[in-house]
Design a binder for this molecule. Structure first.
Ligand SMILES: [Zn+2]
Ligand SMILES: [Zn+2]
Length: 469
């Protein structure tokens, strides 16, 4: 067992990456655990009916899990802590629960309290942790916790910077980035991310963000008294909305994929919303992260906000472009044109031109190693390239302006920057508190004093037990 280096329970529970470590440990331990037939169950409930029901449920959950095959026979049910809880045996269970239990493999074998068998202790620890993990990521558990104390929960909808109009923006400080939250009653609130303030969030699970209609937030349509935040969304999904909330809102598809609307007519579906977006004005931008030049597009009123959200140090703005389809076509044409002329940008060490920026770890490294870098001279060269080309004369009537964003970020200490590079991001996991004094921010990255860096984007959709003081 020592050779396996299985993590200790206390160690697992304290560490942020406990669940990951747990999964790895299970994987390694599985072949050793299969032959064991001990399982201890716990419950604080006292009524025989409740205890019986809980056991049946637990056993079902455990039996369904391949990693817990070491549960075999059930003989007696007893509590590990015989001092606090009165002894409870199989005989006390209601008859129908006994039948249920016997169907599921007869009798539970109690785990000895003072067993010193390291394999048994490991099995017990892993089983307890696995149960904890399953319980805490379940929607039922989360919902019941929220309903017990609805006033202290909120859903984080968005992390965003203010977005002044592109034509009036001149490299100044636009104001603090802000979390938008919706509380259990459906009320919207805002919380600025300010250096020096204390962040304390306990993420539970992600839920549907609902929709925004003409500036008003609409909670998930499946929200009701027993589902205070509507439908859950997988932590691994890129979607912010459930299927019910996406229906009739296809302009979102126009924003994220190949647009259906051509700039003159609303084609994508919902007239009311698309008319405000799909056939309105857009802007293109060129910016740089590490050795990648990124070409992008954004809804014009949000062009500056979009660049700040990405943590860009500077950008070439190209606007207005009328209609979503045209901006989409011009975005890829511009990227192709710059790729074809990449040799003209050689002196700036540009390696690739993309319509998608590099991944967040690469961006983090770029920010941490070269926070103050300004790419103005590169962007001026890009502007020259575009203005002097026949091929890009479709952009000749647009404004092309180079602006800087560095005044809008707050640089943390060199110590924190170094630490962020070596340790990467703090993991966001259910019921694992995130706390610390805000020491800096850039784009969606928030640096916490003495802790590390979190990605504010990853918190979007999470229902949190929160306080930012
Ligand atoms: Zn929904
Ligand atoms: Zn559309």
């Amino acid at each position: 067992m020592n050779e396996l280096k299985l993590p200790k329970k206390g160690h697992l529970l304290r560490k942020k990456e406990s669940l990951k470590a747990l999964k790895r440990a299970f994987h390694r331990a599985e072949p050793f655990l299969e032959d064991y037939d001990f399982q201890e169950l716990e419950s604080n409930k006292r009524s025989a009916e409740d205890i019986g029901g809980a056991y049946v449920k637990l056993i079902d959950r455990l039996l369904a899990n391949k990693l817990l095959r070491f549960i075999a026979t059930i003989k007696v049910i007893s509590f590990r802590n015989g001092i606090v809880t009165p002894r409870f045996t199989y005989e006390l269970l209601p008859q129908h629960v006994k039948i249920e239990l016997s169907r599921r493999g007869e009798i539970i074998q109690p785990m000895e309290n003072r067993s010193s068998d390291p394999l048994l202790i490991t099995a017990q620890t892993l089983a307890t942790l696995r149960y904890q993990e399953l319980k805490e990521v379940s929607v039922g558990y989360t919902t019941s916790r929220i309903l017990k104390d609805p006033a202290s929960y909120s859903q984080l909808l968005q992390f965003a910077y203010p977005s002044p109009a592109a034509d009036s923006y001149a490299s100044y400080f636009v104001g603090l980035p802000t979390f938008s939250m919706r509380d259990t009653n459906g009320e919207l609130g805002h919380q600025a991310v300010e250096v020096g303030s204390q962040l304390l969030l306990v993420p539970s699970l992600r839920f549907c963000c609902g929709n925004e209609e003409l500036g008003d937030g609409i909670p998930c349509v499946t929200k009701d008294a027993t589902h205070p935040y509507g439908s859950p969304i997988s932590l691994h999904s890129k979607e912010e909305r459930c299927e019910d909330c996406k229906r009739g809102k296809r302009y979102l598809g126009c924003l994220t994929g190949k647009p259906a609307c051509d700039g003159l007519r609303v084609v994508c579906g919902n007239e009311e919303f698309a008319a405000n977006i799909c056939i309105d004005s857009f802007g293109l931008y060129v910016t740089r992260f590490k050795n990648t030049v990124k070409v992008g597009k954004a809804f014009l009123p949000n062009l500056i906000g979009r660049l700040l959200y990405q943590g860009a140090n500077s950008a070439l703005l190209i606007y207005p472009i009328f209609g979503i389809e045209r901006s989409w076509i011009l975005e890829s044409q511009l990227a192709e044109f710059l790729s074809a002329n990449i040799s003209r940008l050689e002196r700036f060490h540009v390696e690739k031109i993309r319509t998608r920026g590099p991944g967040l770890p690469e961006k983090l490294e770029d920010f941490c190693t070269d926070w103050e870098r300004d790419d103005n001279s590169l962007l001026i060269a890009v502007r020259e390239l575009i203005s002097s080309s026949e091929e890009m004369n479709r952009l000749s009537r647009a404004d092309l302006r180079v602006v800087s964003f560095l005044k809008n970020y707050y640089k943390p200490s060199d110590f924190l920057l170094d630490r962020a590079i070596t340790r990467g991001f703090l993991e966001i996991a259910s019921w694992v508190p995130i706390s610390g004094k805000i020491a800096g921010y850039r784009g969606t990255l928030i640096f916490l004093e003495g802790k590390g860096v979190i990605d504010g984007k990853k918190l979007q959709g999470f229902v949190l037990k929160r306080s930012i003081a």
